[in-house]
Each structure stands twice: as structure tokens, then as C-alpha cells.
Design a protein around this ligand. Structure first.
Ligand code: HEM
Length: 488
């Protein structure tokens, strides 16, 4: 190559280099301007890494969020990269009620990556027409009047559970799960016979619950759908034979035209009740038990009230609940003390909203962090102390009653709040009302050195044991033999 040719080649690659460098410079500057504009009014939060993403701590994230709020305030943005909407965590009652309750119409969507159940189950349904249809249908099943009508069913399930505990209390966690599952199964599919915690169908359902992801893997998804469809067809077959007792599936099949649900939608809807209600109820019963075992002074007061109202020769029934203010306060304090969903459940923003001078962008996922909300000092004093009395006041006649001016956040928010709350409310009651509970010195309930808290939750790895002493000396006889959940 001649000297001239060489010069031309160098000059041309130099130009290419300058051109590329300019494009890169402009792109980076543009991105910086775009991001500074985009994040200008985002709530504060921990600094992201070089990819623009903050990696959230795994496990017990609510404890990390509790720490973060001291630095960033009660509305925390966690960035997910330059082109992904952030997660917004709210740790105080006032802003969470403002956004998720008052502006429920624009904050009632769910994340789109929750394709579990293909959006057909209510828990994961995107906001829109289908959601409204599903929610209306579930409301029919779970509204307070209906919850009352399931009283006998859940009482029978509860008596079966108490018998199981008398037989072998070391399995109490499995037994709680069985109870929570059998109540939902009987309401939904009119399952009559008692479920045992080793029943293959229960073991399978619990496994699915743990791995919601299975719903998005083709094989798991199909098996799960098939299982729910089989159950629905079983009820519909009984309907044809004129032998179906009342159940959600029966009701929905009769009203198919009104609700316009396909068989598949009904299958997923029924299944989502199970997913939403079984683990949560079991965890909550377990928290009640931990509280009772660790707080003997409060338990003595529960016992005194029960002795007065229920006496010793029968098991308590759900009709007793309104007459037991201290026990009700105890249960509310259990919700506050150990929230069953401590991190909260995601609501997806359907449009930009302004909140306390910040912009909460469209598509971001907003969590009301139950753990922090239940420790909000503007609502609760002395937050580490288990204190049922905080929920009580004395009326004009000098009698105890629940305070009406206090609230907890256990059931979530706005248009996505838990429709199963009336069913769930009864679940801890029946256990606490039947047993005096204490720690078993051979496997005590120790404080977790990592967090400083008593290990909460049914999945806790700590092998603690609890001693169940029947409140009625003659409990075994009072309970009698095993029962069908629904009359033949
Ligand atoms: C102690 C037990 C329970 C707790 C703590 C609980 C809590 C919750 C929470 C926090 C949510 C999400 C609320 C939100 O997004 O703001 C929820 C949703 C839901 N729960 Fe419950 N739940 C319990 C029991 C039940 C039961 C027994 C059922 C059914 C029989 C049930 C059915 C549902 C359904 C269907 C949803 C989805 C609602 C929607 O997305 O529109 N839950 N629950």
C-alpha cells in the first residue's frame, strides 16, 4: 500500500472511531437526562448498582425494610433497572391508606409476571372485567352471611382437628394445615369426609402451594387444572343425580349464565381459594399458638373469660365469639405481633399517582409492608410487647369491648383486600379456645439470634414443641367420635 493509501485508511478508521465515540457519548448523556427526569420525583431508596438495579435482600425482607425506613422515610423505592418499573414499599399507615385504599381504583391491579393460574384465579387476576366477575363470584361464597352459614362445617372440622391434636400433638403444624384445607375444600367442593394430613391429595396440594411456579410450567399447570376440573365435575355429577349438598361449585354452576364463568375459570377460581386461604390460615393459627405459649399472663386472662362464658362442659362454638372481647383482642394482637403476610402483597399501579410530593409511577408494584405498619408508632405504642389490652376499652356499663378506632392491616387493602377474612377470623379462635398452651422444655421456643425475634411462621426451621393441655378436663369425651364435615 502506498503512503497515501495508508494515510487514507488511518484517517477513515479514525473518523469511524470519532463517530462511534460521539454516538456513545450522546446515548449516555441522553440516558442520564432521561433517568434524572424519570427518577427526579421517585421516592428515595437504596442506591442501585451499575446496572441501575438494587438487589433486594432475600428472606425476611420486611426486617431490612424496617431498617431502611430510618434512612429513607416511609415510602421507599427499590429500583429494578433503567427500563423496569420500581418496587415501592410503604411502611406507615397514612400514606398506605391514602394510596391503596382511597385511590383503590388506580391501584387494584396485580403484576403481569404473575401468570400463575394464567390470571384465571382471583389472587393473580389482572384488574378488569374478568377480575370483577371473579371477585363478585367469590364474594357470594365468602361474604359474612355465608361465612356464618359455614359455621357448623368449620366447627366439625375444628373438632376433628382437636381430636387429631389429642392423638398426636407433635404434628400440630400438619394438623393446622389439614384443618384450614378441609374447611376450604368442604365449602368449595362439598368434600364431606375428614381429611388426614397424610392424604396424597393434601400432600400434593400443599406442594403446589409452596411452588406456585408450578402453575407456569406446562406439565404442572395441566395437572393442577385437571385436578380442579375433576373436583368440579364430581360436584356437577352429584348435581345431576340430585345429591349435591350446597357448595361454591354448585352455586356457581347453577348461576353459570349470570357470572359467565367457563369450566376452566371456575376450576382456577376454586383452586385459587385454596392457594390464598390454606397456608395463611395455618400460619395464623400457629402464630396464635406461639403467642399463647410464650405469654402465659395473657393466656390466664383468656382462660378466665372462657371459663365464665363457655364453662367446662362443652367446647366453645363460633356463636361465643362476640361474647369474648379479651379473646378477640388477643387474636387482633396476634395479627399485629406476627403478621401472616409480613411483606404485604403487590398492587400494580395503573397510572402515575402523586403521593407526599413523590411520583409513584404507572406499572410499579406497591407493597404495604404489614410488618412495619403493625409497628407504626403513630398507631401502636411499645410495639415489641404482646399486649391484647391495647385493643380494648370499657363501655358505659363498665364492660370490656373492642376499640372501634383501631385497625390492623392483616387483610390487605382496597379492592384487592382479602375476601376470606370472615372465614379466616374463626380459625385461630377455635384452637385457642380449646387448649392451654405452653412451651415444651425439651424443645423451647427460642429467640432467633439472627433477628432477635421468636421464630414465626409454619415454615420456621426451629424444632420447637408446644404442650397442649385441654381446657375441659373431659375434652376427649366432649368431642366424641370423628365427624363428617357435611351431612350425607
Ligand atoms: C388468616 C388467614 C388469611 C390471611 C392473613 C389472608 C390475607 C390476605 C391478603 C394480605 C391478601 C392480599 C390483599 C392485598 O392484595 O392487599 C389476600 C387475598 C386473598 N385472600 Fe386471603 N387471607 C387469609 C385467608 C383467606 C381464606 C380462608 C380465603 C378463602 C377461603 C382467602 C382468599 C383470598 C383471595 C381469593 C384473595 C385474592 C383477592 C384479590 O386479589 O382480589 N384468604 N388474603
Amino acid at each position: 500500500m502506498s503512503a497515501l493509501g495508508l494515510f487514507a485508511a488511518v484517517a477513515s478508521s479514525y473518523k469511524v472511531f470519532i463517530g462511534l465515540a460521539t454516538v456513545l457519548f450522546l446515548a449516555v448523556s441522553f440516558l442520564r437526562i432521561y433517568l434524572s427526569y424519570k427518577y427526579a420525583r421517585l421516592p428515595p431508596g437504596p442506591p442501585p448498582d451499575w446496572k441501575g438495579k438494587y438487589v433486594e435482600p432475600r428472606g425476611r425482607s420486611w426486617l431490612a425494610l424496617e431498617q431502611m425506613q430510618h434512612e429513607y422515610g416511609p415510602i421507599i423505592a427499590i429500583r429494578n433497572g433503567p427500563f423496569q418499573p420500581p418496587n415501592i414499599y410503604i411502611t406507615r399507615a397514612e400514606p398506605v391508606l391514602e394510596l391503596l385504599e382511597k385511590r383503590g381504583a388506580t391501584t387494584g391491579d396485580r403484576p403481569s409476571n404473575y401468570v400463575a393460574s394464567q390470571g384465571m384465579g382471583l389472587l393473580f387476576a389482572r384488574y378488569g372485567d374478568k377480575f370483577r366477575r371473579l371477585r363478585k363470584a367469590v364474594h357470594q361464597l365468602l361474604m359474612p352471611k355465608m361465612a356464618e352459614s359455614y359455621g357448623p362445617l368449620s366447627e366439625r372440622a375444628a373438632r376433628n382437628m382437636l381430636r387429631d391434636i389429642l392423638d398426636d400433638s407433635t404434628n400440630f403444624k400438619d394438623i393446622f394445615h389439614t384443618y384450614a384445607s378441609s374447611v376450604i375444600n368442604s365449602m368449595t367442593f362439598a368434600k364431606r369426609n375428614k381429611t388426614h394430613y397424610s392424604d396424597p391429595s393434601l400432600v400434593q396440594a400443599l406442594a403446589w402451594n409452596r411452588e406456585l411456579v408450578v402453575a407456569v410450567t406446562p406439565g404442572g399447570y395441566k395437572r393442577q387444572l385437571q385436578d380442579y376440573l375433576d373436583k368440579i365435575r364430581g360436584v356437577q355429577q352429584e348435581m345431576l343425580e340430585g345429591q349435591a349438598p350446597p357448595s361454591f361449585v354448585k352455586y356457581m354452576t347453577e348461576k353459570q349464565d349470570e357470572y359467565g364463568l367457563t369450566q376452566e375459570e371456575l376450576a382456577w377460581l376454586s383452586g385459587s381459594l385454596y392457594h390464598a386461604g390454606s397456608d395463611t390460615a395455618a400460619v395464623t393459627i400457629n402464630h396464635g399458638l406461639l403467642a399463647a405459649a410464650k405469654r402465659p399472663a395473657a393466656q390466664i386472662k383468656v382462660k378466665a373469660e372462657l371459663d365464665m362464658v363457655v364453662g367446662n362442659d362443652r367446647t366453645p362454638s363460633f356463636d361465643d365469639l362476640p361474647n369474648l372481647p379479651y379473646l378477640n383482642a388477643f387474636i387482633r394482637e396476634v395479627y399485629r405481633w406476627r403478621s401472616p403476610n409480613p411483606r404485604g402483597f403487590p398492587h400494580r399501579m395503573m397510572q402515575d399517582e402523586e403521593l407526599n410530593d413523590y411520583i409513584i409511577p404507572k406499572d410499579s408494584l406497591v407493597y404495604g409492608v404489614h410488618w412495619c405498619l403493625h409497628r407504626d408508632p403513630s398507631l401502636f405504642d411499645d410495639v415489641d410487647t404482646f399486649k391484647p389490652e391495647r385493643w380494648l376499652e370499657t363501655d358505659e356499663k363498665g364492660e370490656l369491648r373492642l376499640r372501634q378506632d383501631m385497625q390492623h392491616f392483616t387483610w390487605g387493602f382496597g379492592r384487592r383486600n382479602c375476601p376470606g377474612l370472615h372465614i379466616a377470623e374463626r380459625s385461630i379462635f377455635i384452637n385457642l379456645a380449646a387448649f392451654d398452651l405452653s412451651e415444651d422444655p425439651s424443645a423451647p421456643i427460642n429467640t432467633d439470634p439472627a433477628t432477635g425475634y421468636i421464630p414465626a411462621g409454619i415454615c420456621s426451621p426451629y424444632p420447637y414443641k408446644v404442650v397442649f393441655r385441654p381446657r375441659q378436663p373431659d375434652l376427649e369425651n366432649i368431642l366424641g367420635g370423628e365427624e363428617l364435615l357435611i351431612d350425607e
